[in-house]
Design a protein around this ligand. Sequence first.
Ligand code: WTA
Length: 595
Amino acid sequence: MKYEIKKEQVHDTTVDVVKKMLESSDKLNLKDYDATYKNFRWEDYYDEIKWFERGKTLNMAVNAVDKHIGTPVENKIAVIWESKDGNVEKYTYKQLYELSNRFANVLAKLGINKGDRVFLFLPRIPEVHITFIGILKTGAIAGTLFSAFGYDALKDRLGHCDARVVITTPDLLERVEHIAEDLPALEYMIVVDREGKFEDKEVKGKKELNYSSLMSDVPAEYNPMMMNVDDPAYILYTSGSTGKPKGVVHVHGGALIQHLTGKWVLNFNSDDMYWCTADHGWVTGVVYVILSPLSNGMTTLFYEGRFDSEKWYSLIEKYKVNIFYTAPTAIRMLMKYGDELPKKYDLSSLKHIYSVGEPLNPEPIRWGYEVFGRYFHDTWWQTETGAQMIVNFPCMDIKIGSMGKPFPGIIAGIVDDDGNELPPYQEGNLALKRGWPSMVKEFWNNPKKYESVFKNGWYITGDMAYKDNDGYYWFMGRSDDLIMTAGERVGPFEVESALIDHDAVNEAAVIGKPDPERGQIIKAFVVLNKGYENTPELLDDIKRFVKQHLAGHAYPREIEIVDSLPKTRSGKIMRRVLRAKELGLPIGDLSTMVK
Ligand code: WTA
């Protein structure tokens, strides 16, 4: 593909527009966005995925894996796993089919039924794909947990939806054991010990069972459960701006848009090598590391280790990655290591590169072009939307800095607080017309909260944006206190709750503070209890405490000790006042604040 950069006036600024000139070698799955969008009806695309009864019943796992059995794809590699230490394991579709069948049989044997909650608390190891697919086959609801979660984060999530089973490793097991007594519904911990040494035992009334022994004891055939389009498939707890995390429930019918976004946005072609760096603890990992690439019969690289610039470049070179999907924070971290490092590697295999999770500024896009010879295509979506919603398609010109345009079948709009649509260039709530196939079906046990996110037939995303005259969307920020740090979503309330559990902390308020690398970092304002002194040791201890109790990624990197917090007369902490002070911005209306 060749590019030409043109300047264009958008609103009151001049932006670069990347005009694409397609060549015959560019295999684009979606060639004409406008025509496809205009005529799009979901039912015209039903045959793209596998149903039991067309448009009515299916199983997401059958669509992802079983449908390939008996086709040439069955012997293709579905997942190439590279461990932190450089060990490599490859799993064909056939192997994934048999192993996930076995795991479904394991769950059936333990008495797990349709609708039960079964969670993965695993690092990035091949058992993630195997067990996740296996759970879906039984009709149980699969949940994932980020491996950095500490005691309280785990307790809140597993406890809230009465999880019956947790699949984990010997390393992570202690954290589940620690809170096991507070989880009455939890019956089994299935322990994946890749060294095969773990012995079954009972701890605090919960059975801890060795995964390998269970797997060797069951057949490799399984009859997957037939599910309705709106039957739950998986649940992800995600932070909101208020209260504890919500259990976002997604349905089997989401398979259709998972498949189509992979095909049209990420441009999956069967001979391409794909790598998405997201963790399966978050929605991008569930949908674009596991489900969408499998549905499209792709080979996916699954790397166990964390961010490491040299390692990442070497993986792209070694596996000849063609399609790369990552996050702005990761791109900025790569940038930090400079332009010389990538020159040491052959990165010419890359054909399409994408970003998600935070605003993608022009600078990393331009840098990406210098280093990879490609432009990062931004994609916007949320845990609640279940798939990419507003994107830059490979066939479309990109206006640098814009999130792109809505996926076919998705009606987006900018609306005021009453749900009335606003004209181009006016900033408002980014909203989506209710009712696409992967829209959150419910927040677990919280119908009131669920209804509150809809207004006038629109799903209100919580993001602020505007639309330009050509229908491109431009991200402005959040309308609430939600924090995105290094692309990971953190609710201030969760961090504040963890902080006040520390003996020294009397009150706490938490904000997202802009950070050049991580987008935002978490900053806490803390009022100490009497008898405690503001010392570096105490601050370190508070940080350690939050890491252990909440999560490794959700602790405040900055803590400021204050005498009091700004509050409304009804006692609510006014985080916006703290944010404005921190950033030196106008503080706004203080009429409700206690003086
Ligand atoms: C933010 C991640 C700007 C946004 C898939 C959204 C973005 C939240 C973008 C959802 C983007 C995601 N540009 N902001 N391209 N993509 N966001 O649920 O605030 O972890 O509401 O889903 O991330 O985060 P979540």
